[in-house]
Design a protein around this ligand. Structure first.
Ligand code: CUA
Length: 353
């Protein structure tokens, strides 16, 4: 009878263990990529991932030995009918083993981490090829390049700035100098490197390097208010020739914002009949019902009801030169603008993103 009761308890125990195992396996799947470093794509991220795996594997081995020992001893030496539980009072060899081995492990992990941290934290080594300043603010990142002459705009003073998107060349060690406008934020692009806090009133820095061209997602990692979850970073790593092309295009965009043509175009838009029909938020309130709003015209896929795509310098110029010729029957009249007026208006409209 006792034997029968005991086997019921054993069965319950087996059931519980099975349920726990299923929960563990399914939660691992639920986490999709698992709670470990994924896809390291730069020397710093790789170093961190290596450290992680060494410690993870060691921890799993220790877990297996310790838990295995507990389960084995619990079953083998338990009290049961016809068998008195064994009593132990000290075991010098075992006690020495489980003191010396963990001590050696902790010491070697510390030494290993110390060595790797030296590499991970070295933002001032001679091989730093580029410096970018990143400022966190609720809830976005601003990137500026005050140390890089190639980012100087054509007015000779202002340098290129970027929001949320950070562009770097592949294979270059980049120092990121962090600051914050308001609260503590944290810069982190997991595939490329470790994380570092941006603290108000304090200068912090980290370095990053991408080995492969591509787009990498990052996220502010310090809770900083309502918009924290949306405080994203898109890091784009370009090959060297692509990077040169990107700089030229980005500078052209930035120059347009500051150019006299854009300023003149803005004034023209307000004074010419455009203003009577089209709305641009913060500038005009158009009254003509069929006239499209132009607040974000430069981000649209097409203009003239789809007749011209994409929205670029060439197509806007064509449209403004003679709308009825592009789209017969359009409500937009030919205003007989001069080439200079068209140029200025186009430059201004291209800034409306
Ligand atoms: Cu910024 Cu969280």
């Amino acid at each position: 009878m006792f034997v029968a009761m005991f086997s019921v308890r054993m069965r319950v125990a087996l059931g519980v263990i099975t349920a726990l195992l299923i929960a563990l396996v399914s939660s691992t799947y639920a986490l999709a990529d698992g709670p470990w470093p994924n896809d390291p794509q730069g020397p710093q991220a790789k170093t961190i991932a290596d450290l992680y795996w060494i410690m993870f594997v060691a921890a799993v081995i220790v877990l297996a030995i310790v838990d295995g020992g507990i389960i084995y001893a619990g079953i083998k030496f338990r009290e049961r009918p016809g068998h008195v539980a064994k009593q132990f009072h000290g075991q010098n060899f075992l006690e020495l083993t489980w003191t010396v081995i963990p001590t050696l492990m902790v010491v070697s992990f510390s030494v290993l981490s110390w060595q790797k941290l030296d590499f991970i934290n070295n933002t001032r080594s001679s091989d730093v090829g580029m410096v970018i300043q990143a400022q966190g603010q609720q809830w976005t990142w601003n990137f500026t390049y005050p140390h890089e002459d190639r980012f100087k705009l054509s007015d000779g003073k202002t340098y290129l700035t970027g929001v949320e998107e950070l562009h770097i060349p592949v294979g270059t060690k980049v120092r990121i100098e962090l600051s914050s406008k308001d609260v503590i934020h944290s810069f982190w692009v997991p595939s490329i490197g470790g994380k570092k806090d941006a603290v108000p009133g304090r200068a912090t820095e980290l370095w990053i390097q991408a080995d492969k061209a591509g787009t990498y997602k990052g996220q502010c990692f310090e809770f900083c208010g309502d918009g924290h979850a949306d405080m994203l970073i898109t890091l784009v790593a370009h090959s060297a020739p692509d990077y040169t092309t990107w700089i030229a295009a980005a500078k052209k965009e930035a120059d347009r914002q500051n150019s006299p043509e854009t300023a003149a175009g803005r004034e023209l838009f307000r004074s010419l009949p455009c203003a009577g029909c089209h709305t641009i938020k913060g500038l005009t309130a158009g009254k003509f019902p069929g006239a499209p709003e132009l607040t974000n015209v430069a981000s649209k896929k097409s203009i003239a009801g789809g007749a011209l795509s994409p929205v670029n310098e060439e197509n806007l110029t064509r449209w403004l030169s003679n709308p009825p010729a592009v789209k017969p029957g359009t409500q937009m009249p030919n205003l007989n603008l001069s080439p200079e007026q068209i140029r200025d208006l186009v430059q201004f409209l291209l800034t409306q993103k």
